[in-house]
Write a protein that binds this ligand. Structure first.
Ligand SMILES: NC(=O)c1ccc[n+]([C@@H]2O[C@H](COP(=O)([O-])OP(=O)(O)OC[C@H]3O[C@@H](n4cnc5c(N)ncnc54)[C@H](OP(=O)(O)O)[C@@H]3O)[C@@H](O)[C@H]2O)c1
Length: 257
């Protein structure tokens, strides 16, 4: 039953978030907890993951697990136990990601594999695990992939990153159809530049002229993690119960400029 006083409430929902130790994932974790969700946090750096847990509100049963999705020895068994212990899961946000900038002619197969492993394949493995009976919420679920405006437009040196982000958008469109009868919704969010540790490392930040150019492409200015977190809350909450298969652009006007 939708909460008519606050359709954006996440009270009673358990939300799993990757990339929760930093930036957008951390912002989403904190914002979801403020809306009443129990949050399950995944990240790599245990100390920063615990910092996020300490900043989450409304309850003490939030949980965290440190995993490296690029670990070739595997992480899925440990994750499956964690998911079972904390089931049922109502929502999932995949915010873990890296954003390599590399000219196409020197991209190595190994780098393609590593980038896809984190940005795309880890999400696929998690989706397959949490949509199983015994872990998924029988009432339905909402899955949110953090993509990027790079799924829609290009940029020099971003072919590898853009491929991974476009893959997430393609994924949600088909899964939205495949799982509609089970009331599992799939959507993507495509931000442009958001102030985070990841975007802070970008080359353009070192050059005032290049930085001005990036800022000029954002009529509403650069984004903050809350701007993406509020979109995620909408897609996770019952307010969006009729929304599936979309790519929600959250970009301060970037794609229109
Ligand atoms: N910031 C932007 O301007 C922007 C714009 C569009 C889209 N995005 C997307 O938004 C997402 C979050 O970006 P962000 O800016 O918040 O980046 P961030 O601050 O660098 O955070 C990235 C997160 O991914 C996790 N991660 C990295 N490698 C991992 C691995 N091997 N295994 C498990 N987790 C790993 C990090 O964990 P540790 O820190 O613990 O290592 C961290 O929690 C990314 O998918 C990015 O592509 C960002």
């Amino acid at each position: 039953m939708i909460n008519s006083n606050n359709p954006f409430s996440l009270i009673g929902k358990t939300i799993l978030i990757t990339g929760a130790s930093s930036g957008i994932g951390q912002g989403i974790a904190i914002a979801c907890s403020r809306q009443g969700a129990k949050v399950l946090l995944l990240g790599r750096d245990l100390k920063r993951l615990n910092d996020t847990l300490a900043r989450c509100e409304n309850g003490k049963d939030h949980a965290g697990l440190s995993l490296d999705f690029q670990d070739t020895d595997g992480w899925t068994d440990e994750f499956t136990s964690f998911a079972k212990e904390n089931a049922p899961i109502h929502g999932f946000v995949h915010a873990a990601g890296i954003s390599p900038t590399v000219p196409f002619k020197i991209i190595k197969a190994e780098q393609i594999q590593e980038t896809f492993q984190l940005n795309v394949f880890s999400a696929i493995e998690i989706l397959q695990i949490i949509s199983k009976v015994g872990i998924k919420s029988p009432e339905g679920m909402s899955m949110v992939m953090i993509s990027s405006v790079m799924s829609e437009v290009g940029q020099k040196g971003k072919s590898l990153y853009a491929m991974t982000k476009a893959a997430l958008v393609a994924l949600v469109k088909s899964l939205a159809l495949e799982y509609a009868d089970k009331n599992i919704r799939f959507n993507a969010i495509s931000p442009s530049v958001v102030n985070t540790p990841l975007s802070g490392k970008s080359e353009y930040r070192k050059d005032p002229a290049a930085m001005k150019q990036v800022e000029d492409m954002h009529p509403l200015g650069l984004g903050e993690v809350e701007d993406v977190a509020h979109a995620a809350i909408y897609l996770l909450a019952d307010a969006s119960r009729w929304v599936t298969g979309t790519n929600m652009v959250v970009d301060g006007g970037y794609l229109s400029s």
